[in-house]
Design a protein around this ligand. Sequence first.
Ligand SMILES: *Cc1c(COP(=O)(O)O)cnc(C)c1O
Length: 356
Amino acid sequence: MIETNKISILKTNESKLKEVDLENLVFGKYFTDHMFICEFKNNAWQNPRIVPFQNITLHPACAALHYGQAIFEGLKAYKNEKNEVFLFRPEKNAERFNVSAQRLCMPSFPEELFVEAVKELVKLDHEWIPKSKGASLYIRPFMFASQPVLGVRPADEYTMMIFASPVNAYYSDPLKVKIEEYYTRSVEGGTGFAKAAGNYAAALYPARLAQQKGYHQLIWTNAITHEFIEESGTMNIFFQFDDTLVTPPLDKKTILAGITRDSILTLAKQYKMPVEERPVKVTELIESIEKGSLKDIFGAGTAATIAPIALINYKEKDYLCPPLQQREFSNFAANYLEKLRKGLIDDPFNWRIKVM
Ligand SMILES: *Cc1c(COP(=O)(O)O)cnc(C)c1O
């Protein structure tokens, strides 16, 4: 047992790394040798520890399985050719974890311990981080109500865990998306701004209907009237109309406040590009495609960083977006963020944390 601050560490006797080809990974299939676990009981977080990756047992009445008190985060660790390892703005994930926790009536988790636990886990399993372009170690912190309670009320006991999974460059064809006009991901007063497990469950069925029609994902619009664009799948959405970068605003709490979104806005301002956080009507988007004023359109999130949108379906009609090679800003931002995260360029915004 090693003690680091207050996290105890029990190392595995046998690494599984030799069974994995880090250059050829299936997304989400491999998990590193260790995991972090911590329980909330008697009104306090207890016994934060890193242990060999293993199954957990649950009581069948575990509250999370019935009433859905479950939240998560997603962030990545990056390694370069000099074997330096970095995290990208992990304190933002710690902060957002507690925003989600509060909305789901769950206890907050100490933000310093969150970052410390991520760092220790990454240090211990650093050999699992692939170095190739676009590759990283995906880190998944999550919390769920672990107490057996059948009454509908906030549980008194929770489990917080962190595990990690090596991933290659996210590659997908440029997205074909369908504008959703009936189903809803999020509504004012709801939980759309939280990374709550139930939000993703509720989005699966409408997404599947779109996939059956040949689209990769949905563009979510505001609940009930479906006039304004909110997000693209599980990513934030950006448009470039002429020279201006535009993304929908967070004020109605129906949009998840992405860390990639915030980084791209900061970068665009630095790049002296006019930036607007304002509502975008579906009709404005369609007209901009018809007039040729739409220059760029992409989803933004930790998994893909930037996922270009190539085609939009609206009211049974397909609209082609500008060719990818003409999209200056998103190409620049994707490259810049990749280099910054890997420690290959300066870090003027202090976004990087060096783990080792
Ligand atoms: C996680 C997530 C995002 C992107 O957030 P990042 O911090 O950039 O990864 C956007 N929208 C939804 C619905 C999400 O769950």
